[in-house]
Design a protein around this ligand. Structure first.
Ligand code: 6GU
Length: 272
């Protein structure tokens, strides 16, 4: 999988050399390139933002810089003829481009972190782990001009916008790190033990919080491991864990219970 990240702080992503993702890069499983958005500016100040049209606080990232950058990364012919004014000839060229680029970018997904977008979930991580190439565009300040994702959608590119939760970050960099980790760990060969991603919380159609885990010793500071887990009866252990998963999900994340597929829950306990 090829991963490009565009940011005004590309150094943020130096940490991707560490840990399992670093190893995956060494093994050739993924290739990550972080680019500096300012490399696509032409003015002496390398400016990437401007004041919001319609007024308001903060700054908005300019479409022209992103346009040049993303055209370059996507291998699209730049058409900046109407950056300042509309041209009818430009429209004709654009429709021809759209057909060609839709085919060319089949396995590519362009992703913009955005606190006002739909929530990024395990389902999205799973789907995106099948892409050939991901391009992340990190916004800063009050965000990016809304025409940037709109334009690339119209070009036939698979464009996504995601929030990672109901809180505000200073920019998309941390959100991209979160999404990248969730996606790349699902790549075949990424995890040492592939089993460890199968049974986790939020995986599959029935997303429950995971049961609690214990290791030895059975008694620690007067706290005991639940007896059933020591019984050696796998049927009972599985049932105990599933009951606990349901109870904890109901208490902590009732929204996940509402989303459950009840038919799946009716399945009898697996005998082992
Ligand atoms: Cl994707 N970006 C920013 N700036 N803040 C966020 C977010 C994204 N998701 C949650 N908060």
């Amino acid at each position: 999988m090829d991963i490009d990240i565009v940011s005004v702080f590309p150094e943020y992503f130096d940490v991707l050399q560490l840990s399992l993702l670093g190893k995956a890069q060494d093994n050739g499983l993924v290739h990550v390139a972080a680019h500096n958005l300012r490399d696509w500016t032409h003015d002496v100040h390398h400016s990437v933002d401007d004041t919001p049209v319609g007024g308001g606080a903060g700054m908005v990232m300019k479409p022209e810089v992103w346009g040049e950058c993303l055209d370059g990364l996507l291998g699209l012919r730049g058409d900046d003829s109407d950056d300042n004014q509309n041209s009818e000839a430009g429209d004709a060229i654009e429709s021809a481009d759209t057909v060609e680029s839709a085919a060319k970018h089949d396995g590519t997904v362009l992703i913009f972190p955005n606190p006002s977008a739909p929530l990024f979930t395990q389902r999205d991580a799973t789907e995106l782990s099948h892409a050939d190439r991901l391009i992340f565009g990190c916004g800063r300040y009050e965000g990016y001009d809304a025409r940037i994702p709109e334009h690339y959608r119209a070009q036939g590119v698979n464009v996504r916008e995601y929030s990672i939760g109901d809180y505000v970050l200073n920019g998309g960099e941390v959100a991209v790190s979160v999404m990248l980790e969730a996606i790349t760990r699902l790549l075949p060969g990424f995890m040492g033990n592939p089993e460890s991603i199968v049974e986790e919380s939020y995986t599959g159609g029935n997303a429950l919080l995971e049961h609690r885990q214990y290791t030895k010793p059975a008694l620690w500071r007067s706290l005991e491991v639940p007896d059933i887990l020591l019984s050696g009866d796998h049927g009972k252990v599985n049932r105990f864990r599933r009951d606990e998963a349901l109870q904890r999900t109901n208490a902590i994340r009732p929204d996940l219970i509402e989303a459950l597929d009840c038919k799946q829950l009716d399945k009898p306990d697996r005998k082992t």
